[in-house]
Design a binder for this molecule. Structure first.
Ligand code: AGP
Length: 609
């Protein structure tokens, strides 16, 4: 939930500027407080406070800190409220050690109590601070911990929970100590400069050469070296070169990342659909071998999974498919055995609720297919078959391009499934695959271009309303759910999505003149009944906005309509129909003066339960 960066260098004079810039790239991970620490003249110097990086930097001038080694942190509070004391970095009693951390040290209260009994005093309410004191305590026993490295190792063996840790010690002014478990940490390599960060964009403008630290690994970085170990044995890392450009992690002239990412969807979809057939075939083989399928995810990824559920359960006939919200996994755990295939969908690949469900499922013998955007993140590493959406980095907290990429990948699997169970012969399959691969990006581009102005105008109209309904039926319900989530999380307009037939069982009671009702209305099997639901709402004065296609009678019942091209393949509809709703949410936020990239109370990657 927090962003970490650490740099050690021989060639760059002042790292605090680079750390501050890196933190700005990581701000999507958390933004309630910020801090950096460097070592200069054998002493630790720290600046930190509550607030966004911009605010704290303006107030404290973070770049004034001198030194060629430093660590930085942007926080999303878990233990203790956002304030200066709880902002990272955190130090020990001697002032020689400082640490930043992402994750949760589950046994920190016990460790803190023991440290207090040994005379340590604490400044913050965080779990993180125990780490600095634990290293200090270990170093009091040189017979057991003769070096900082050994003390760090010993501390890591005492802590429980999830963590990405970077620590520096004033007496070792070139070395960064790192450890990771269940929280991301990547290393960047440049001649005589080394970086560690929660995510690659933090150092992308300096280097593209990256090592992903794996669970249980401990590393030490100096300007000229990287040393990684696991369980006391040296690990030979495999660096790789990322294809992202520093530019692709920036806004490229758009006012917000969210709008940029909405516009990147045609290319994100094209890249995603270039997935090789063998990977899809391996996933399909697992699905066909299994007795039951669980589709597991949270939030927007769950909505993509729900779309997959509607497609798969039709294709798989009587084989049970269960869409499961990961935090509700316990209610389904009795279904899991070695005849179960789980499709875990997660943009970040680090969502703790998903990981917490996958670990026991794996022990119970389930096969895991992961659909993620972040290569080599925890969830694909837990899986048997990792499949990647190639949407590029998504910085806006609201998932847009990664959502449509997930839906596209699930549609690709759905086609392959139909082919392998024989409901599509080779020529039908080939022609549908060609349509999916070629038409999806171009339809997406067209819809975004043709509907942005209308989305803006309608957003201005609904932005003064307190609530909105998003209605759909059958396989279109996930689109309504996603549309409602987008508007809620970005513009703070309360929105509810439900099957349109449910209106009369309660929700219609609060409909009054001008109440916005967004209807997801492709010309499919749901069209006729949805029309009746539109009539019911219209009769109560509801302001009907339909997302539909030409020749659908709902257009006459609507106050306004997004009229989309008729899709050549029904599998493309869940991609097409969400696009106007993403733009509606974006412009509603902008009209209301809310920053769509940084919705309050939310973080991009949710690494707490
Ligand atoms: C969507 O806009 C949100 N950011 C959120 O619902 C998100 O989809 C959810 O937290 C799951 O994240 P994941 O895809 O990284 O697992």
């Amino acid at each position: 939930m927090c962003g970490i960066i650490a740099i050690t260098t021989q060639s760059k004079k002042n790292v605090s500027k680079m750390i501050t810039t890196g933190l700005k790239r990581l701000e999507y991970r958390g933004y309630d407080s910020v801090g950096i620490a460097t070592i200069n003249n054998g002493k630790i110097h720290t600046l930190k406070d509550k607030g966004t990086i911009e605010k704290v930097d303006n107030a404290l001038n973070l770049e004034q800190l001198e030194g060629t080694i430093g660590i930085g942190h942007t926080r999303w509070a878990t233990h203790g409220p956002p304030n200066r004391e709880n902002a990272h970095p955190h130090g020990d009693c001697t002032g020689e050690i400082t640490v930043v951390h992402n994750g949760i040290i589950e046994n920190y209260l016990k460790l803190k109590q023991k440290l207090r009994e040994s005379g340590h005093s604490f400044i913050s309410e965080t779990d993180t601070e125990v780490l600095a004191h634990l290293v200090e305590e270990e170093l009091k026993h040189p017979e057991l911990a003769p070096t900082v490295k050994e003390a760090f190792r010993r501390v890591i063996s005492q802590i429980e929970g999830s963590y990405a840790i970077t620590l520096i010690h004033a007496k070792e002014p070139e070395t960064i100590f790192l450890a990771r478990k269940d929280s991301p940490l990547v290393i960047g390599i440049q001649d005589d400069t080394k970086f560690a960060a929660s995510d690659i964009p933090a150092f992308l403008e300096y280097t593209k050469k990256v090592i992903v630290l794996k669970d249980g690994e401990i590393a030490t970085l100096t300007p000229k070296s990287v040393y990684i170990e696991k369980n006391g044995y040296r690990v030979q890392p495999k660096p790789f070169i990322v294809s992202w450009t520093a530019e692709s992690a920036q806004k490229s002239g758009y006012p917000h990342f969210m709008l940029k990412e909405i516009h990147e969807q045609p290319i994100a979809l094209r890249n995603t659909l270039t997935i090789n057939s063998e990977s899809v075939h391996s996933a399909v083989t697992k699905i066909l071998e299994a007795e039951r399928i669980i589709i597991l995810a949270c939030g927007t990824s769950y909505h993509a999974g729900l779309t997959g559920y509607h497609q798969f359960q039709r294709i798989l006939n009587k084989k049970p498919v269960y869409p499961v919200i990961a935090s509700e996994y316990d209610s389904y755990s009795h279904l899991i055995d070695n005849e179960t295939a789980i499709i875990a969908v997660s943009q970040s690949g680090e969502t703790l609720d998903v990981m917490k469900a996958l670990s026991p499922a794996k022990k119970d013998g389930a096969s895991i297919i992961a659909i993620t955007n972040v290569v080599d993140s925890s969830i694909p590493r837990l899986s048997n078959i990792p499949l990647y959406t190639r949407a590029g980095p998504e910085i806006g907290v609201a998932a847009t391009k990664t959502h449509t990429a997930q839906v596209a990948l699930l549609a690709r699997i759905a086609l392959q499934l139909q082919h392998e169970i024989g409901t599509l012969d080779k020529s039908e399959f080939d022609s549908m695959l060609q349509i999916l691969n070629e038409e999806t990006p171009s339809i997406t581009r067209k819809i975004i271009q043709q509907n942005e102005f209308k989305a803006k105008r309608l957003a201005e109209r609904i932005s003064s309303r307190k609530s909105a309904y998003f209605l759909a039926r059958g396989p279109n319900l996930p689109i309504a759910l996603e549309g409602a989530l987008k508007i809620k999380e970005i513009s703070y307009i309360h929105a509810e999505a439900f099957p349109a037939g449910e209106s009369k069982h309660g929700p219609i009671a609060i409909v009054e003149p001008s109440f916005p009702i967004i209807m997801i209305a492709p010309n499919d099997a749901t069209a006729k009944k949805l029309l009746n639901n539109a009539e019911e709402m219209k009769a109560r004065g509801g302001y009907i906005i339909s997302v539909t296609e030409k020749d659908h009678s709902i257009i006459q019942r609507s106050d306004s309509a997004f009229i989309l091209p008729t899709s050549p393949l029904h599998l493309i509809n869940p991609i097409s129909y969400i696009l106007p709703l993403q733009m509606l949410a974006y412009y509603a936020a902008v009209t209301r003066g809310v920053d769509p990239d940084k919705p309050k109370n939310l973080a991009k990657t949710v690494t707490v339960e």
